[in-house]
Each structure stands twice: as C-alpha cells, then as structure tokens.
Ligand binder design. Structure first.
Ligand code: AN7
Length: 351
C-alpha cells in the first residue's frame, strides 16, 4: 500500500530543519490544485486559473504546513509549551499539533472578531485561549516578549521553521504543474506565507529549474500597511484572518513582490465578499473571506486593465476553508418559511 506520511516525510530533505526534529504530523499538505474555468470565463477568458485549496488541510488552513515543522522542532528539543498570537487559524493549527505532540498550547487572540470555527477549533484541541484587549499586533508583541524571557516556544511565522514547512506548497504546485505558474495570487496578513512561497519557488528553481512566478500579494483595504507604506494602528476588514496592521515579515513580502516582478495591492471588503460567493456558487469551492482576497485582487487587476492575463497560467492560493467563518454567510440569512404541506412547497418552488 502506498501511503502518504505528511509533509516532513515527503519534502523534509528540502527543508532546513535541525537534526533533533521529531515529526508530528496530521498528514497535512497534498492539497488539490483545482481548475476553475467558470471563474476564468467570468473574468474575460483566455488564461488558465487554478485554486490551491489549502482549506483541505487537517485543521482547515495552510497553517498546518508550517505547524508540523515548528511543533516537530519544538518537541525534538524537549519544549513543554508553545504559544502564538493569532487571528484564529494559527491558533487552531498550533492547538492541534500541540495536542498530538503532548505539549501545552497557549493562544492569544485579539479583541473583536475571531471567526467561530477557528475559536472553536482552538478550544476543541485543548488550547488555553486568552483574549487580549488589543489588536493582533499587540498580541504578537506580547508573545515575542514572553518567549524571549521564558522557555516557551513561539510558533508564529517569525519562527523560521514555520516558513520552512510552508515552502512545501510551492513544491507541490511545481510538482503538479511540472513548472512554476506564471503568476501566484495570495492574501497577505502577517506576511509569512508570501515569504515562504517565494523562498520555496526560488529553491525549487535553483534545484530543478522549475521557473519563477510573479507574485501578486493582496491585502484588505482597511488593513493594507504594505500598500500604504506604513503600519495601520487600527486595522479593519471583514476578512478577520488578515486584520493585521504591522506584518512581522513585511520587508520580506515587499522583497518577494519586487524580486518576482509582481506587486502587492489592496482590495475592498466588498470585492472580497463578492469573490467569496462567486467562487462558492460558480465553482463549488467555499473559502473563508481572507482566502478569496488573492482572487479578488486578480479580478480587480484584470478589470482595471493592469494585468495581461492572456495565455498565462495562474494559481490562486485559497488559504482557509469557508466553514471557518460560517457567520459571514448566515448573518443575513432569511430562510423561506412554509407550512409543512406539498401545496405550499409547489407554490414556492414551481412558480
Ligand atoms: C485564511 O492565524 O495571521 O500573510 O494568526 O488565516 O502568512 O499571515 C492568519 C493569516 C491568509 C495571511 N489567509 O497569511 C493567524 C494569521 C488566512 C489566514 C492569512 C491568514 P500570512
């Protein structure tokens, strides 16, 4: 029987992880690259577009790629506890891998909205959840300080092993397509993922000549420090996953956009939510709002005439599952209410 043993087993030789690393896996990664021809037609046609559906990772987001590496390293050096600041997905992922490794997990979440599916995940996996009267950026500052002082392992993407693990998605894309795509579109929050993709593509290109994509990083307009060129004190966006005003790896994100001859842009919350529904209703792929930002950015650039899509092969990273944030969909739901009779049903659906 051919079995899949997770990312460290498949790509560990390409990752810069210490010898003491002791694999902790939930068989993360190996996510599908799904063609979305209906979306292409709606955007004007003439190019190939694929969605890398990272919501199909074990805890429902791409964070599991980095977390298998970071928690495996922490366990191998006999850490007893991990900690992170999180808008939600990192918390759920850290909690799950820590549970599997038998480590204590503490997560700091910002005040304001953390999507229900993420908070529930962190609690279900047994993390100690602490809400901070402040932003994600405040919470991140706190966990950096405490881990500098006490033997608790930081598993935010400042941790280099998170980046190592997250490079694997770039490897998978090249392995599936045979080469790198022409463009890669993805949401940008704390900027770990864009940093990891660029590192992964460069490494694969050096080793295998797989080519390099241009990178289109997309922020939400109310949380767009990398587009504005300065931190945002009170970031706001419906895409709560990327409600981040001071990205820890902001410099590297800008370098990735620059070196790849790509760019970082911002899109409105309306564009994000419209794309979320377009993707689910045209292609059957439900992602959380932040995860639709990459595609919303692509659509925006094509519509604005800023982007020559013709003949291009484009991959959009959809970072988290729609079920993470059910409220965003159901908040305006007004179901049709009928008496329990056939006549009423016929009158309603057969008019
Ligand atoms: C679905 O969980 O920062 O630019 O604390 O959950 O690498 O930060 C989440 C980020 C995109 C942005 N899409 O990635 C956290 C957190 C989703 C996310 C991002 C996040 P980065």
């Amino acid at each position: 029987m051919k079995t899949y043993n997770g990312l460290l087993s498949r790509y560990g030789r390409l990752l810069d992880l210490p010898k003491h690393t002791r694999p902790v896996t939930l068989l993360e990664g190996d996510t599908p690259l799904i063609p979305v021809p209906g979306l292409v037609r709606l955007m004007g046609g003439g190019f190939d577009l694929y969605v890398k559906y990272e919501g199909l990772n074990p805890t429902g987001s791409f964070k599991d790629r980095g977390m298998t590496a970071a928690v495996s390293e922490a366990l191998g050096r006999d850490a007893k506890a991990v900690i992170c600041a999180s808008t939600g997905n990192t918390a759920a992922s850290a909690a799950a891998y820590a549970a599997r490794a038998g480590l204590r997990c503490i997560v700091l979440i910002p005040e304001g909205k953390v999507a229900a599916g993420k908070l529930a995940g962190a609690v279900a996996y047994g993390a100690e959840v602490i809400q901070i009267e402040g932003s994600f950026d405040d919470a991140l500052t706190m966990v950096v300080k405490i881990t500098n002082k006490h033997p608790i392992c930081l598993v935010n993407s400042i941790n280099p092993y998170r980046i190592e693990g997250q490079k694997t998605s770039a490897f998978e894309i090249c392995d599936t397509l045979g080469t790198a795509p022409d463009w890669l579109c993805l949401p940008v929050g704390n900027a770990g993922n864009i940093t990891a993709y660029w590192a992964g593509f460069r490494q694969y290109h050096q080793e295998q000549g797989s080519g390099l994509p241009h990178i289109l990083g997309v922020q939400a307009a109310g949380s767009a420090p990398l587009v504005l060129g300065h931190p945002v004190e009170k970031p706001e966006t419906v895409a709560t996953a990327i409600r981040i005003g001071k990205p820890a790896r902001g410099e590297q994100a800008l370098a990735a956009a620059d070196e790849s001859n790509g760019r970082i842009i911002a899109v409105s919350d309306d564009d994000i939510l419209n794309m979320q529904l377009l993707l689910s209703q045209v292609e059957g792929i439900w992602v959380e709002p932040a995860s639709a930002a990459g595609l919303a950015g692509l659509q925006h650039e094509i519509a604005a005439g800023n982007f020559e899509a013709h003949g291009q092969r484009i991959v959009a990273i959809c970072t988290g599952h729609g079920m993470k944030d059910p409220d965003i969909i159901t908040r305006n739901l007004k179901p049709t209410v009928l008496p329990p009779t056939l006549e009423a049903l016929e009158a309603t659906i057969l008019e």
